[in-house]
Design a protein around this ligand. Sequence first.
Ligand SMILES: C[S@@+](CC[C@H](N)C(=O)[O-])C[C@H]1O[C@@H](n2cnc3c(N)ncnc32)[C@H](O)[C@@H]1O
Length: 265
Amino acid sequence: MRTSFSAEETGGLGPIVLEHPPGSFEPTAASRIGLLTVGRHQDLLGGVGVDWGCGVGVLAIATALVPSVEKVVGLDVAPANVEQAHTNAEINRVEDRTAFHVADSMSPVDAGGAAVLEGLTGRVDFVVANPPASVGDDGFGFRRRVMEDVAPFLVAGGIVLLNVSAQYGMARVLALQSGVFTYQGMLESTDAVPFDQARPDLAENLADYVAEEARGGVTYEFLSAAGETISATEARRRYQATGSSPLSRWQVHLFRKGEWPAVTA
Ligand SMILES: C[S@@+](CC[C@H](N)C(=O)[O-])C[C@H]1O[C@@H](n2cnc3c(N)ncnc32)[C@H](O)[C@@H]1O
């Protein structure tokens, strides 16, 4: 399968073409807002970057198209994604500025990748990350892991462009600062769109959120069609009663390593 992104969809970086055969990650709406963010906010980017959980390479390739970016290392736990990201980098002619390695978070599985990552400690200028939802907890586990694991690799003042969909709520987003990062605001957001319960992964996510609310965790913030903020528990109740998925927004937030003037959410 193949997806083509227009110059408008890449925020002015030019067209990007991605192949994603079965068994590799197919870019989603979250990938699209991540891509648009890179293009529209390319002035934030330069030097050396990491794409955490690169899938078939969409964000790594986009950042590599930014003229001030020298090198981007894409990491993914799935070998099929890493292999396809290499191919996609060649298709988009950024293979000289990208490298892809199989890794569990920031820990590569092979010696070559380990050597590359060792050399990047304290030298990374930016990280782009569109992490998956974690399963069996509050869904936010991978975001916390990304922030913790990338921190030692970033230069002082280095940035993280992190995909977080709106239903997680700002309390969870701000907690990611954890004394290491300063939250610098939301870069891009989609309109309110269905958190499509016909998608098995999103149905599983909503079930996890309901369980988290039952455990007393921070309440999620979905939107109803009428624009009210509703919890995950209420969102699922309404879906079961009416078949209408709750709404959320796909968004990208900016964090900077170190203490910086705070940005009010
Ligand atoms: C939501 S997808 C995003 C892919 C791509 N960045 C995009 O925007 O289309 C999350 C990616 O994280 C990868 N992933 C999951 N767990 C990981 C881990 N522990 N370490 C590295 N990558 C991981 C998945 O294989 C998947 O490709």
